[in-house]
Ligand binder design. Structure first.
Ligand code: NAD
Ligand code: UD1
Length: 349
């Protein structure tokens, strides 16, 4: 498996760059396809420096079928990890066509090119956001789906397309059927412990952890806590935060599983990648203050539309079938976020 070539779409981004580093360190050959719509090529320079190894980078859009076809012909990858996508919920509500075109059409083009090149192993970045409302805050893979915004629906549509694609193999009697892992991420945060790669959000962050980090370093004045009247232990929202390095290890384990016994030919299977426990907004603020010694000014604000009170993973399936579970704790996540933020106050610029 080690000599396999993995083509990573969106590999210059936050999660993709961490995945490239772990893949190089695990002995894979890595080919990145990224249009740099939401990333900088500097992330990949740092990945290669950290790994002491090189990867191949193509600045290309996954919707450009000819470019992608040429890359597949030249690089002959064994497996694809598909991170490329737009991910801002608010922007997806304002620009739904952009999100469906980029995420859904982009995945269609990618899978068409994979089919033509007979590359049939795929690991896809899905999200816990595909789940619908549920009676339990702990989500298992069989829970009903029901995304509530265009970003989430683009992920749910892609999951449907990939399930249909693998089902079609059985009807078409193909020689080499698809094997697809749909990885449903909970809340990825943190950074590589070197502080050389991390999350570099454009403009004002939407997500809690990068916002808190920018308040701590003085770029933003205070945090708004979106709702303190939820039916949770302290009234604020609870989420399952997962260290980005644990998350990308889940992808390496998924590649191993695609090559192993748990993946029957033609299978398309979803796995939660989360820790299996949640922290509230106030617990995150407390941890950040304790670990960094910085005060985080905050004010209570109204609830944010579309937010759940509590959401965390049941990660049992990933443990049973991928042999994966988180290893890092909240202090690691906060420490590594802060290390990245202080070493790179302007991100990759
Ligand atoms: P990111 O924006 O940092 O990375 C995505 C990368 O894809 C960027 O480098 C961007 O330039 C590239 N890209 C976008 N559209 C492209 C296209 N058409 N062609 C080529 N490249 C393109 O985001 P991330 O946080 O690293 O997320 C990676 C994936 O994981 C995304 O699909 C995202 O939806 C999914 N995800 C992220 C989170 C999260 O909290 N970060 C949670 C769940 C799922
Ligand atoms: C959000 C997205 C989700 C996406 C995920 C990626 C929404 C509605 N959901 O999820 O689709 O997959 O990011 O990680 O945008 N909070 C504050 N103040 C802030 C920011 C957040 O109090 O300034 C709270 C939120 O209300 C929530 C928690 O912090 O309770 C975590 O928020 P966030 O980091 O945005 O993640 P999600 O809401 O889980």
């Amino acid at each position: 498996m080690k000599d396999q070539t993995v083509l990573v779409t969106g590999g210059a981004g936050y999660i993709g760059s961490h995945a490239c580093l772990e893949l190089l360190q695990a002995g894979f050959k890595v080919v990145v396809v990224d249009n740099l719509a939401n990333s900088k090529v500097e992330s990949l320079a740092r990945v290669q420096k950290l790994a002491g190894k090189t990867l191949t980078f193509y600045q290309a859009d996954i919707r450009d079928k000819q470019a992608l076809t040429d890359i597949f012909a030249k690089e002959t990858p064994d497996t694809v990890i598909h991170f490329a996508g737009l991910k801002a919920v608010g922007e997806s509500c304002a620009l739904p066509q952009l999100y469906y075109h980029n995420n859904v059409y982009g995945t269609l083009v990618l899978t068409e090119v994979m089919n033509a090149a007979n590359v049939k192993q795929l690991v896809f970045s899905s999200s816990a956001t595909v789940y619908g409302e549920s009676a339990s805050p702990q989500y298992s893979e069989h829970f009903p789906l029901g995304a509530i915004n265009p970003y989430g629906r683009s992920k749910a549509m892609i999951e449907d397309i990939l399930r249909d694609l693998s089902a079609s193999d059985k009807l078409n009697n193909v020689e080499k059927p698809w094997k697809i892992a749909l990885l449903r991420y909970f809340n990825p945060i943190g950074a590589h412990d070197s502080g050389m790669i991390g999350e570099d959000p454009n403009g004002i962050p939407n997500n809690l952890m990068p916002y808190v980090a920018q308040v701590a370093i003085g770029k933003l004045t205070q945090l708004s806590v979106f709702g303190d009247d939820y039916p949770t232990r302290d009234g604020t929202g609870i989420r399952d935060y997962i260290h980005v390095v644990d998350l990308v290890q889940g992808h390496i384990k998924a590649i191993a599983a695609l090559n192993g016994e748990h993946f029957a030919e033609g299978e398309c299977k979803a796995y939660n990648l989360g820790a299996g426990r949640g922290y509230s907004v106030l617990e995150i603020i407390d941890a950040f203050q304790r670990v960094t010694g910085k005060t985080i000014p905050y004010q209570m604000s109204p609830r944010r539309a579309g937010d759940l009170a509590e959401c965390f993973a049941n990660p049992a399936l990933a443990l049973a079938e991928l042999n994966w579970q988180v290893e890092k704790d909240l202090d690691d996540m906060v420490n590594d976020t802060w290390n990245w933020q202080t070493k790179n106050p302007q991100g990759y610029q």
